[in-house]
Design a protein around this ligand. Structure first.
Ligand code: PLP
Length: 382
């Protein structure tokens, strides 16, 4: 059976250029901390990715810390804030690596379209210091684009408020990089997280960028050999890092397909809504990533839909967190004030550069079958 992979927000297929870069890197013998030629060859792989990432998102190569992915990058910045005793504010729709990361947090609400409420943020943040008084630092985490709805967040407006009041801004740009422009400096980010496997790179590698020099240096979580300028000890994952570099060099090509991806997404979204006129598209009224559909009908539970799609050869995600086989309702949709019944049905369909018209047509056809079978079953039961 043909497979149609429509879960790119969960992870992306490895790009050919990233695979080739990894294959070459497997032959790099040295430890990057060693001073001999072999070591220096490994060090060059790391230096290159730092340069490519800084060129792409802003900041300087020496302020890029390579990690095992964005979960670690997000935890690093929160760990720093918690250790330093900074109050922490996070949007209610952040990834669980932020929401469940270190520290006690105040949640920043979102409106019903899935956009962080800037007026509420203004009300909740600590007040500006009086003249002559030192500001008490605090941390605000706001993602650039939400993984479930694709809704793009007003990061710059929030960053301006945070900076006015003496705080620091962390931006999780994981879902944005490769889909929309990410300019950390223009966004007002002090720290920014990325993850290679969301833009054609391998799983298990990412980075935390300390964007501006006046953002405090990060306290390490992992201590040992002093790698990554003492921010993250441990011998670096050279093959993974080379793969991330390979994927970064392909980002322009990836971005160039954005309009095509959006056209496929819009076609599929239109088809789903035509088949299910009672369907809800979450975040549709807001500015959204062009690849994402978060869709629900009340009569079909997400876990059922995901399985039926899978049996039809189509991989989609559910708009809910799934751990240890247990599907829990989406905290993102809950934060948007969606009722529990609709939230139960939320599936996420996310397209990528490999997506072709046949993929979205197959998804629409599968949905038509799922819906008509459910209607028949419900009619028999009634
Ligand atoms: N942040 C966001 C917005 C994500 O979507 C994800 C992964 O789904 C992560 C962080 C975690 O990234 P990683 O898989 O690299 O740990």
């Amino acid at each position: 059976m043909d497979r149609h992979y429509l879960d790119h927000n969960a992870t992306t297929p490895l790009a050919d250029g990233a695979r080739a870069a990894m294959t070459d890197a497997f032959d790099v013998v040295g430890n990057p901390s060693s001073v001999h030629s072999e070591g220096r060859e490994a060090r060059a792989v790391i230096d290159r990715v730092r340069r490519l990432l800084a060129e792409r998102v802003g900041g300087e190569p020496e302020r890029v810390t390579l990690t095992s992915g964005a979960t670690e990058a997000n935890n690093l910045v929160l760990h720093h804030a918690a250790e330093a005793g900074w109050p922490i504010f996070v949007s209610a729709i952040e990834h669980l690596s932020v929401l469940d990361g270190p520290g006690t947090k105040t949640h920043l609400p979102v409106n019903e379209t899935g956009v962080v409420d800037v007026v509420a943020v203004e009300r909740l943040l600590p007040v500006s210091p009086a003249e002559g008084e030192a500001a008490v630092p605090f941390l605000v985490c706001v993602m650039l684009a939400n993984s479930e709805t694709g809704v793009v967040q007003p990061v710059r407006a929030i960053a301006d408020l945070v900076h006015e009041r003496g705080g620091y801004v962390h931006v999780d740009a994981v879902q944005a990089l490769g889909k929309i422009a990410v300019d950390a400096v223009a966004l007002g980010a002090d720290y920014l997280s990325v993850s290679a496997h969301k833009f054609g790179g391998p799983k298990g590698v990412g980075a935390l960028v300390r964007v501006v020099p006046n953002a405090p240096e990060i306290t390490p979580m992992l201590r040992g050999g002093g790698q990554e300028k003492n921010v993250r000890a441990g011998t670096e994952n050279i093959a993974g890092i080379a793969g991330m570099a390979g994927a970064l060099t392909l980002l322009d090509e990836r971005m160039a397909l954005g309009e095509e991806i959006r056209a496929h997404r819009d076609w599929l979204e239109g088809a789903l809504c035509a088949i299910s006129p009672n369907g809800v598209v979450f975040g549709r009224e807001a500015e959204r990533l062009g690849n994402t559909i978060c869709f629900a009908v009340p009569e079909i539970a997400a876990e059922t839909a995901v399985i039926l799609f899978d049996l039809a050869g189509i991989a989609v995600g559910s708009g809910s967190a799934c751990s240890s086989g247990k599907v829990s309702p989406s905290h993102v949709l809950e934060a948007m004030g969606c009722d529990a019944e609709t939230t139960r049905g939320a599936i996420r369909i996310s397209l990528g550069p490999e997506t072709v018209r046949a993929d979205v047509e197959a998804a629409a056809a599968a949905w038509e079958t799922i819906v008509s079978r459910t209607r028949k079953k419900n009619a028999v039961a009634a």
